[in-house]
Design a binder for this molecule. Structure first.
Ligand code: ADP
Ligand code: MG
Length: 320
């Protein structure tokens, strides 16, 4: 007998993680939360669609991890502490093996960040996962895209480009050597930079997460801040795994325009740069890749030589 919607919820998503700030979780018409006194509630939502955001046939455990990771990344970019999530699941069929693996991937990441599932919706349809995450921030210490000013240092965490390189290898059904394994997992299992975002609350002047590509997202940060940026490509973190599989121009293209990294892009005032030593922050490598300029627009340089690049991040509605 196929599982009913009720059975699916009870078996795979029923109340598990208790948090004292959940007054009422799954089971009624809506959830009720206790937002800690003196905190602001932060909400973000992201949808992943099979065939659009991840290839058909992606292991269910990775789908579960990634659907939550992209959401936690948005909270990280605000400097927020994640607390709750709700899950809207559209499934073609009640495949128990798939559900079990999906729940495993989802809850492994949720438990690691002490995020409680407080409700959702379950429907039949194409494979689409929508998660809304909630968390909280201290009223005076959060990170916006709009805080960058001319003279600020520009930083990125991790190794941008690896996720896009990994997706290309997945699509090409590339042989799984160590480099390919590493790159593929950067796409399938991004690590949301929650601890880094928390650490940056008092250090960064602006922040956002990189989902559409470094340059495309940097342009958004600059537009929000009313400034521009100069990127030094020789300062971009090197990826031995990417270099093992792709030539130099392709590595550079992935680093600058590849999406799906879910790293943090952030700016730091000169005064704070004196205390932030590029290197490791909250357990993550961060690199200084350029500076914020008064002149609008994002420009890339190698040394003093300006690079002219065909610019493209991912835009769902762009003509191509
Ligand atoms: P309604 O009749 O209001 O649509 P549902 O039968 O869809 O309610 O849901 C019953 C309960 O199960 C609600 O508390 C809802 O939040 C929860 N729920 C439904 N789907 C999910 C899911 N995929 N994950 C977690 N909770 C869910
Ligand atoms: Mg109801």
């Amino acid at each position: 007998m196929p599982l009913s919607e009720f059975d699916i919820i009870a078996k795979y998503f029923g109340s598990r993680s208790a948090r004292s700030d959940v007054s009422l979780g799954i089971g009624d018409d809506a959830a009720i939360l206790n937002v800690p006194a003196g905190r602001k509630l932060v909400l973000a939502m992201d949808t992943v669609v099979e065939g659009v955001h991840f290839p058909s046939g992606t292991p269910a455990q990775d789908v579960g991890h990634r659907a939550l990771a992209v959401n936690l990344s948005d909270l990280a970019a605000m400097g927020a502490e994640p607390s709750w999530m709700s899950l809207s699941l559209s499934l073609p069929e009640a495949d128990e093996t798939w559900l079990e693996q999906f729940a495993r991937g989802l809850f492994a990441l949720a438990d690691a960040h002490k995020v409680a599932l407080i409700g959702g919706d379950t429907v039949r349809g194409p494979l689409v996962v929508t998660i809304q995450v909630g968390g909280w921030i201290e009223p005076d210490h959060y990170l916006l895209r709009s805080g960058a000013r001319a003279g600020d240092g520009l930083y990125v965490s991790g190794v941008p480009g690896e996720a896009a390189a990994g997706l290309a290898l997945i699509r090409a059904h590339a042989a799984a050597d160590r480099s390919a394994q590493h790159l593929k997992s950067r796409f399938l299992r991004p690590e949301p930079r929650v601890a880094l975002g928390r650490a940056l609350r008092t250090i960064a002047s602006a922040a956002m997460d990189v989902s559409d590509g470094l340059l495309a997202d940097l342009e958004k940060l600059c537009a929000a801040s009313g400034c521009g940026a100069r990127v030094q490509v020789e300062a971009l973190p090197r990826s031995p795994a990417m270099q093992a599989r792709f030539d130099e121009p392709t590595c550079l293209r992935y680093a600058l325009t590849g999406g799906d990294d879910y790293e943090l892009l952030f700016t730091v005032t000169p005064a704070n740069e004196a205390v932030l030593h590029a290197g490791t922050l909250a357990g993550v490598e961060v690199a200084r890749i350029g500076t914020i300029t008064a002149e609008p627009g994002v420009r890339c340089f190698r040394g003093d030589q300006e690079l002219v690049l065909e610019r493209s991040g991912y835009d769902h509605f762009a003509l191509r």
